[in-house]
Design a protein around this ligand. Sequence first.
Ligand SMILES: [Zn+2]
Ligand SMILES: [Zn+2]
Length: 226
Amino acid sequence: MTTIAEWNARYPVGTPVVAYPGARPEDDPDCERLVTRTRSKAQGLGGHSDVVWVDGHPACIALAHVDVIPESEYRAAHPITDVPTAVRELGALPMPVGPDPQAPGEEPRLSPNPHSPYASASPDYRHILPVPAVFPRPEPGVLAPTACDLMAVVPNDLIETRPGAPLPVGVCPDCAAVMQGGAPPERPSSLCGECGSATWHGDLCALCRQDKHEQWWPTRNDQPTA
Ligand SMILES: [Zn+2]
Ligand SMILES: [Zn+2]
Protein backbone atom coordinates (compact mmCIF):
# COMPACT_ATOMS: atom_id res chain seq x y z
CA MET A 1 0.00 0.00 0.00
CA THR A 2 1.51 3.34 -1.02
CA THR A 3 1.08 6.11 1.54
CA ILE A 4 0.27 9.68 0.52
CA ALA A 5 3.75 10.84 1.50
CA GLU A 6 5.42 8.06 -0.51
CA TRP A 7 3.23 8.75 -3.54
CA ASN A 8 3.90 12.49 -3.50
CA ALA A 9 7.63 11.93 -3.05
CA ARG A 10 7.78 9.61 -6.05
CA TYR A 11 5.11 10.86 -8.44
CA PRO A 12 4.92 14.59 -9.22
CA VAL A 13 1.72 16.17 -10.59
CA GLY A 14 1.57 15.22 -14.29
CA THR A 15 2.72 11.61 -13.79
CA PRO A 16 1.27 9.31 -16.50
CA VAL A 17 -1.20 6.80 -15.06
CA VAL A 18 -4.00 4.42 -15.88
CA ALA A 19 -6.98 5.33 -13.71
CA TYR A 20 -10.00 3.13 -13.04
CA PRO A 21 -12.83 5.45 -11.92
CA GLY A 22 -15.11 2.46 -11.21
CA ALA A 23 -13.97 -1.09 -10.62
CA ARG A 24 -10.43 -2.34 -11.22
CA PRO A 25 -9.94 -4.75 -14.16
CA GLU A 26 -9.35 -7.62 -11.72
CA ASP A 27 -12.94 -7.13 -10.55
CA ASP A 28 -14.55 -6.11 -13.87
CA PRO A 29 -12.81 -6.86 -17.18
CA ASP A 30 -15.06 -4.29 -18.92
CA CYS A 31 -14.28 -1.49 -16.48
CA GLU A 32 -13.61 2.08 -17.62
CA ARG A 33 -9.87 2.55 -18.25
CA LEU A 34 -8.44 6.06 -18.48
CA VAL A 35 -4.88 6.61 -19.80
CA THR A 36 -4.16 10.05 -18.39
CA ARG A 37 -1.96 12.17 -16.09
CA THR A 38 -2.38 13.17 -12.45
CA ARG A 39 -3.46 16.77 -11.97
CA SER A 40 -3.06 17.02 -8.21
CA LYS A 41 -0.95 15.68 -5.37
CA ALA A 42 -2.37 12.70 -3.52
CA GLN A 43 -4.33 13.56 -0.39
CA GLY A 44 -6.42 11.92 2.30
CA LEU A 45 -10.16 12.29 2.01
CA GLY A 46 -11.97 12.25 5.33
CA GLY A 47 -9.24 10.13 6.86
CA HIS A 48 -10.09 6.83 5.16
CA SER A 49 -9.36 6.98 1.48
CA ASP A 50 -6.25 8.26 -0.23
CA VAL A 51 -7.10 9.89 -3.54
CA VAL A 52 -5.69 11.83 -6.48
CA TRP A 53 -7.26 13.84 -9.32
CA VAL A 54 -6.48 13.04 -12.97
CA ASP A 55 -7.03 14.80 -16.31
CA GLY A 56 -10.30 13.92 -18.03
CA HIS A 57 -12.22 12.90 -14.91
CA PRO A 58 -14.05 15.38 -12.67
CA ALA A 59 -14.00 13.48 -9.38
CA CYS A 60 -11.06 12.23 -7.32
CA ILE A 61 -9.99 8.60 -7.72
CA ALA A 62 -8.72 6.28 -4.98
CA LEU A 63 -4.95 5.70 -5.17
CA ALA A 64 -5.72 1.97 -5.17
CA HIS A 65 -7.43 2.55 -8.55
CA VAL A 66 -4.50 4.38 -10.13
CA ASP A 67 -1.50 2.58 -11.69
CA VAL A 68 1.59 4.52 -12.75
CA ILE A 69 2.60 3.79 -16.37
CA PRO A 70 5.67 4.66 -18.47
CA GLU A 71 5.61 7.92 -20.47
CA SER A 72 5.79 5.80 -23.65
CA GLU A 73 2.47 4.13 -22.84
CA TYR A 74 0.83 7.51 -22.26
CA ARG A 75 2.34 8.81 -25.51
CA ALA A 76 1.03 5.80 -27.47
CA ALA A 77 -2.49 6.65 -26.32
CA HIS A 78 -2.03 10.41 -26.89
CA PRO A 79 0.17 10.87 -29.96
CA ILE A 80 1.40 14.40 -30.72
CA THR A 81 0.45 15.43 -34.24
CA ASP A 82 1.54 19.05 -34.52
CA VAL A 83 4.81 20.85 -33.94
CA PRO A 84 3.64 23.64 -31.60
CA THR A 85 2.19 21.04 -29.18
CA ALA A 86 5.38 19.00 -29.39
CA VAL A 87 7.48 22.04 -28.50
CA ARG A 88 5.10 22.97 -25.66
CA GLU A 89 5.04 19.45 -24.18
CA LEU A 90 8.54 18.20 -24.94
CA GLY A 91 10.50 21.44 -25.20
CA ALA A 92 12.46 22.44 -28.28
CA LEU A 93 13.06 19.35 -30.38
CA PRO A 94 16.12 18.39 -32.34
CA MET A 95 15.17 19.24 -35.90
CA PRO A 96 16.85 18.44 -39.20
CA VAL A 97 17.43 21.73 -40.96
CA GLY A 98 19.75 21.07 -43.90
CA PRO A 99 23.27 20.36 -45.15
CA ASP A 100 26.04 20.91 -42.63
CA PRO A 101 26.58 24.67 -42.60
CA GLN A 102 29.76 24.53 -40.49
CA ALA A 103 32.33 24.86 -43.30
CA PRO A 104 35.45 26.22 -41.56
CA GLY A 105 36.08 29.94 -42.04
CA GLU A 106 32.77 30.59 -43.75
CA GLU A 107 29.70 32.34 -42.51
CA PRO A 108 27.28 29.40 -42.40
CA ARG A 109 24.14 30.08 -44.35
CA LEU A 110 21.55 27.51 -45.32
CA SER A 111 19.97 27.58 -48.74
CA PRO A 112 16.15 27.59 -48.83
CA ASN A 113 14.22 24.31 -49.09
CA PRO A 114 13.95 22.81 -52.61
CA HIS A 115 11.36 24.54 -54.80
CA SER A 116 7.81 23.27 -55.22
CA PRO A 117 4.86 25.26 -56.61
CA TYR A 118 2.79 23.57 -53.90
CA ALA A 119 4.89 24.64 -50.89
CA SER A 120 3.11 27.18 -48.69
CA ALA A 121 6.10 28.17 -46.53
CA SER A 122 8.24 31.13 -47.62
CA PRO A 123 10.70 30.22 -50.45
CA ASP A 124 13.29 32.62 -48.94
CA TYR A 125 14.19 30.51 -45.92
CA ARG A 126 15.20 27.05 -44.78
CA HIS A 127 12.34 25.71 -42.70
CA ILE A 128 12.77 23.43 -39.72
CA LEU A 129 11.25 19.95 -39.92
CA PRO A 130 10.28 17.83 -36.97
CA VAL A 131 12.22 14.62 -36.36
CA PRO A 132 11.62 11.02 -35.39
CA ALA A 133 11.20 11.65 -31.67
CA VAL A 134 7.65 12.66 -32.52
CA PHE A 135 7.17 12.34 -36.27
CA PRO A 136 8.41 9.83 -38.83
CA ARG A 137 11.65 10.92 -40.48
CA PRO A 138 10.68 12.83 -43.60
CA GLU A 139 11.92 11.48 -46.95
CA PRO A 140 13.82 13.92 -49.19
CA GLY A 141 11.56 15.41 -51.86
CA VAL A 142 8.39 15.03 -49.78
CA LEU A 143 6.24 18.07 -49.01
CA ALA A 144 6.24 18.04 -45.21
CA PRO A 145 4.86 20.15 -42.34
CA THR A 146 7.30 22.75 -40.97
CA ALA A 147 7.78 24.08 -37.46
CA CYS A 148 6.07 27.32 -38.59
CA ASP A 149 2.99 25.21 -39.43
CA LEU A 150 3.22 25.46 -43.23
CA MET A 151 4.53 23.05 -45.91
CA ALA A 152 8.03 22.83 -47.43
CA VAL A 153 10.03 20.26 -49.41
CA VAL A 154 12.45 18.07 -47.42
CA PRO A 155 16.05 18.68 -48.63
CA ASN A 156 18.44 15.83 -49.49
CA ASP A 157 20.93 16.36 -46.72
CA LEU A 158 19.75 16.82 -43.19
CA ILE A 159 21.59 17.74 -40.06
CA GLU A 160 20.01 17.77 -36.65
CA THR A 161 20.12 20.77 -34.38
CA ARG A 162 19.89 20.31 -30.65
CA PRO A 163 17.73 22.24 -28.22
CA GLY A 164 19.57 25.42 -27.30
CA ALA A 165 22.12 25.15 -30.12
CA PRO A 166 22.46 28.33 -32.19
CA LEU A 167 20.53 28.01 -35.45
CA PRO A 168 22.40 28.62 -38.71
CA VAL A 169 21.80 31.78 -40.72
CA GLY A 170 19.02 31.31 -43.28
CA VAL A 171 16.59 29.49 -40.98
CA CYS A 172 12.98 30.72 -41.13
CA PRO A 173 12.41 33.18 -38.24
CA ASP A 174 8.91 31.79 -37.58
CA CYS A 175 10.32 28.24 -37.34
CA ALA A 176 13.05 29.52 -35.00
CA ALA A 177 10.43 31.21 -32.78
CA VAL A 178 8.47 27.94 -32.48
CA MET A 179 11.69 26.11 -31.59
CA GLN A 180 12.15 28.59 -28.74
CA GLY A 181 8.69 27.76 -27.38
CA GLY A 182 6.70 30.44 -29.21
CA ALA A 183 3.60 29.97 -31.33
CA PRO A 184 3.44 30.08 -35.13
CA PRO A 185 1.83 33.27 -36.49
CA GLU A 186 -1.96 33.41 -36.80
CA ARG A 187 -2.94 32.87 -40.41
CA PRO A 188 -6.22 33.70 -42.11
CA SER A 189 -8.49 30.74 -42.83
CA SER A 190 -9.66 30.10 -46.38
CA LEU A 191 -11.31 27.29 -48.31
CA CYS A 192 -9.30 24.82 -50.38
CA GLY A 193 -10.07 25.32 -54.09
CA GLU A 194 -9.79 21.58 -54.67
CA CYS A 195 -11.67 19.85 -51.83
CA GLY A 196 -13.41 22.77 -50.09
CA SER A 197 -12.03 22.11 -46.61
CA ALA A 198 -10.95 24.99 -44.38
CA THR A 199 -7.21 25.65 -44.43
CA TRP A 200 -4.59 28.26 -43.48
CA HIS A 201 -2.42 27.29 -46.48
CA GLY A 202 -4.12 29.70 -48.91
CA ASP A 203 -5.84 28.43 -52.08
CA LEU A 204 -5.06 24.73 -51.40
CA CYS A 205 -5.18 22.71 -48.17
CA ALA A 206 -2.16 20.77 -46.85
CA LEU A 207 -3.42 17.38 -48.10
CA CYS A 208 -4.24 18.63 -51.61
CA ARG A 209 -0.83 20.35 -51.73
CA GLN A 210 0.83 17.04 -50.82
CA ASP A 211 -1.17 15.16 -53.49
CA LYS A 212 -0.34 17.66 -56.22
CA HIS A 213 3.28 17.91 -55.14
CA GLU A 214 3.64 14.12 -55.26
CA GLN A 215 2.40 14.11 -58.87
CA TRP A 216 4.52 17.10 -59.85
CA TRP A 217 7.81 16.12 -58.15
CA PRO A 218 8.91 13.36 -60.63
CA THR A 219 8.30 15.79 -63.54
CA ARG A 220 10.13 18.76 -61.99
CA ASN A 221 13.19 18.52 -64.27
CA ASP A 222 11.05 18.48 -67.44
CA GLN A 223 9.76 21.98 -66.75
CA PRO A 224 11.38 25.37 -66.24
CA THR A 225 11.43 26.21 -62.52
CA ALA A 226 9.96 29.67 -62.68
ZN1 LIG B 1 9.27 28.19 -41.33
ZN1 LIG C 1 -7.98 20.35 -50.27
